[in-house]
Design a protein around this ligand. Structure first.
Ligand SMILES: CC1=C(CCC(=O)O)c2cc3nc(cc4[nH]c(cc5[nH]c(cc1n2)c(C)c5CCC(=O)O)c(CCC(=O)O)c4C)C(CCC(=O)O)=C3C
Ligand SMILES: [Fe+2]
Length: 370
């Protein structure tokens, strides 16, 4: 491979969740995502209904296409001609096919960027397990690839600034108020949340802690620029699983009802847990939570997700450059919000454990200590 400016890496791989692109793809997608995870059939039918209400097409693949185009433009602008690839965990383009293509195209050092910004089993290790499967198949077919992944980036200024900007735009639509801010992320089983991130862990675990820090930073940035301090909470959406299993709360709809009862009149909803307008955002927030707000007589504005905001796109490219520098043993100070965590270059073996299949291998992991 000719030098690309990202040495030692010769390719960048965007890894995403995947989503259906038509009605016939909805049920196969849901079965793929939930295979063996004990999600009740009723919940599957309900979620199928969310997808079918949007013509059976998830927004996520188109958003990946847009992100790839934006990343390409940003790499080009910086004189980096490193090829970009894309693979999904749950639909085409399948990660396994993309990994085989990377090998066939002669690549041997690949840097992965996931469309998921926080630590937890679902948002980190599960991606690394699927990376392992794809990598292992290529290895079995005779090619030795090395795959790394950029550190968790929720506390990178690029991601935070994009979200702050979006909250500012949403606030501008409610000029006569001091809206309550609701920062939203995907709920998790509390057992998964408690074991998110590397030990030693706080009571909340890294998933909740990281979201809390991002929310606080956004509120602080707004206060610094406007002098207004907005009341805020971290709330959850998209609870799944059997009713007997505890998940992170409060659900956004319940919190909206509480706020209305307390006399709050307007809210800005900021989906900091999602990098773009996934189905959870367009259904759980823009459809369901909006209906709740309407019924309660609350004014609600939903802030944009990071999407292809220039700060986010250039932040991802900076993360890629930073990691390449680290691998070349050059000094590279990790860029991170004040008091935030730069995250880890390689997850330790006991980070974000798979509570169902503890022995399942995952890629991008630090070698086990002594
Ligand atoms: C933390 C987290 C993220 C954020 C990090 C990241 O982005 O990865 C995320 C993203 C996503 N989740 C998605 C879709 C689904 N997630 C499900 C189920 C679950 N998600 C979980 C967690 C998360 N999920 C969990 C603990 C479950 C229970 C089952 C299990 O333990 O695995 C189910 C099954 C039906 C249901 O139960 O809801 C579906 C269909 C899509 C695609 C959306 C689109 O099409 O636009 C995206 C981006
Ligand atoms: Fe999910």
């Amino acid at each position: 491979m000719p030098p690309s400016g990202l040495e030692p890496y010769d390719a960048v791989l965007l890894v995403s969740f995947g989503g259906p692109e038509g009605p016939d793809e909805v049920m196969p997608f849901l079965r793929q995502v939930t295979g063996g995870r004990g999600i009740p059939e009723e919940r599957l039918q309900e979620v199928a209904g969310h997808y079918l209400a949007f013509g059976g097409r998830s927004p996520i693949n188109d958003q990946c296409r847009e992100l790839l185009a934006a990343l390409r433009a940003e790499l080009d602008a910086r004189g980096l001609d490193t090829p970009l690839y894309w693979g999904n965990r749950n639909t085409a383009p399948w990660l396994g096919d993309t990994m085989a293509q990377l090998a066939a195209d002669g690549h041997r050092r690949v840097l992965a960027v996931t469309t998921s910004a926080y630590p937890s089993y679902s948002s980190c290790r599960q991606y690394r397990e699927n990376l392992w499967d794809a990598w292992d198949a290529v290895r079995a077919a005779g090619t030795e690839l090395q795959v790394d992944r950029v550190r968790h980036y929720a506390q990178h200024p690029g991601f935070v600034d994009a979200n702050t900007d979006a909250v500012r735009d949403a606030l501008a639509k409610l000029p006569d108020e001091v809206p309550h801010l609701l920062f939203v992320t995907h709920s998790l089983p509390t057992a998964m949340a408690a074991t998110a991130g590397p030990p030693p862990r706080s009571d909340n675990g890294s998933y909740v802690d990281w979201h809390q820090s991002v929310a606080e930073e956004i509120v602080w940035q707004l206060r610094r620029s406007t002098g207004v301090e907005h009341p805020f909470d971290l709330v959850y959406c998209s609870r799944s699983g059997p009713p007997s299993q505890p998940w992170l709360e409060p659900d956004i709809n319940d919190r909206l009802a509480e706020l209305a009862a307390q006399g709050v009149r307007s809210v800005v909803v900021s989906p900091i847990g999602f990098v773009s307008d996934h189905m959870e955002v367009v259904f759980d927030l823009d459809t369901e939570a909006r209906e709740t707000a309407d019924e309660l007589g609350l004014r609600m504005e939903r802030a944009a997700t990071a999407g292809v905001h220039p700060a986010f796109v250039s932040g991802l490219v900076e993360l890629v450059l930073e990691r390449a520098a680290v691998e070349r043993s050059e000094p590279a100070a990790p860029s991170v919000i004040d008091g935030g965590s730069p995250g880890l270059l390689r997850c330790p073996a006991d980070c974000c454990p798979n509570l169902r299949e503890p022995a399942r291998p995952a890629l991008c992991q630090a070698p086990a200590a002594g």
